[in-house]
Design a protein around this ligand. Structure first.
Ligand SMILES: [Zn+2]
Length: 116
């Protein structure tokens, strides 16, 4: 049951969900934040990212680096699709999970769109 500040006074409710039950947190959100004090209420401007983050080591695992790696992997997988579609190779298809945003290339028009 949410607190009266949420039900009667339109306070923002914490956006966190319980790992165990899947139910939303019933606490009111901290001022200017999306979550309550128990779920790490921090204002957007106080969140440290990139080199300012205390756990930053070398930068190979930053959000930008991982997005770039995912884009490169997706492009390579689509190039492999194109090579198989154009009968340029008889090699086996690579195995494993495809990169996020990957869509299989099935026609020459899609090759032009993806590569060109
Ligand atoms: Zn909460």
């Amino acid at each position: 049951m949410p607190l009266p500040s949420i039900t009667k006074h339109r306070a923002m409710q914490c956006s966190a969900k319980s790992k165990r039950t899947g139910l939303p947190c019933n606490n009111p959100a901290a001022y200017g934040c999306r979550t309550c004090r128990m779920h790490g209420a921090r204002k957007e401007e106080s969140i440290k990212r990139g080199e300012q983050h205390p756990n930053f080591v070398h930068g190979r695992r930053t959000l930008e680096a991982e997005l770039e790696q995912s884009a490169t992997s997706r492009r390579l997988q689509q190039l492999e699709d194109a090579m198989h579609l154009l009968n340029m190779t008889t090699a086996k298809r690579s195995r494993g999970r495809k990169a996020s945003g990957y869509c299989k290339i099935t026609s020459v028009d899609e090759i032009k769109k993806a590569i060109g």
